[in-house]
Write a protein that binds this ligand. Structure first.
Ligand code: ZN
Ligand code: ZN
Length: 205
């Protein structure tokens, strides 16, 4: 049994799942359906690659496709984190994540089944709300009901993403430091992505 500060109590059949859900209580005031999906997806990924959880090294990488509670669930279960450079946000707004076993190169994308929400409602008809139904059902439903999994190929070189930590250069345009080989070369000069035109901010007009 795990008790959360808002009084949510859960009981799951899987002690590992239960322990991960308890750890989430330290991060969030509530346990929510998306956290549960994240934990279960992370556990699924580890099984696909036969890895023990949470991983201690940097063997497993996660490219999570949305931020928020879901990403925290994946982080708690897998040990992947931004701080360890084993989690990346690819913000496509999806309950999905691509996992890479960097030792074997195997790459699997896992996403929530489009009908998982409907099945959740049917799974816990006595629930007080759809939210409560999802919270309970996502802990009980089988992985096959919750997720779809596909072997995929990344559209970039994973070694370029892992890069050589500690390498640094300066942008030839703005002068700011760039680490981890994230520069692009323009006329042979190291340039930061913003100066190279891949902008996510501009100065106010
Ligand atoms: Zn939440
Ligand atoms: Zn620059």
């Amino acid at each position: 049994m795990s008790s959360f500060r808002d009084g949510t109590v859960t009981a799951t059949a899987d002690p590992t799942l239960e322990s991960f859900l308890s750890q989430l209580a330290g991060l969030h005031k509530h346990l929510c359906p998306r956290q549960v999906l994240g934990v279960r997806m992370g556990m699924y990924a580890a099984d696909l690659f036969s890895l023990k959880l949470p991983q201690r090294g940097k063997r497993l990488l996660a490219f999570v496709e949305t931020d928020g509670c879901f990403a925290d669930g994946i982080g708690i279960a897998t040990g992947c984190s931004m701080g360890h450079r084993t989690m990346r946000l690819v913000d496509h707004g999806k309950i999905a994540s691509t996992f890479v076993d960097t030792q074997t190169g195997r790459t699997q994308r896992c996403s929530a089944s489009p009908d998982a929400r409907m099945r959740a409602a049917a799974c816990v008809p006595e629930a007080k709300s759809r939210w409560q139904a999802q919270l309970a059902a996502y802990q009980r439903m089988s992985r096959e009901e919750l997720f779809q999994v596909q072997e995929v190929v990344l559209s970039f070189d994973i070694h370029a993403i892992i890069a050589k930590p500690g390498l640094r250069t300066a942008c030839s345009t703005c002068g700011e430091e760039i680490v981890n080989q994230r520069e692009v070369l323009i006329n042979g000069q190291p340039t930061c992505r913003n100066c190279a035109g891949d902008k996510y901010w501009t100065l106010p007009k």
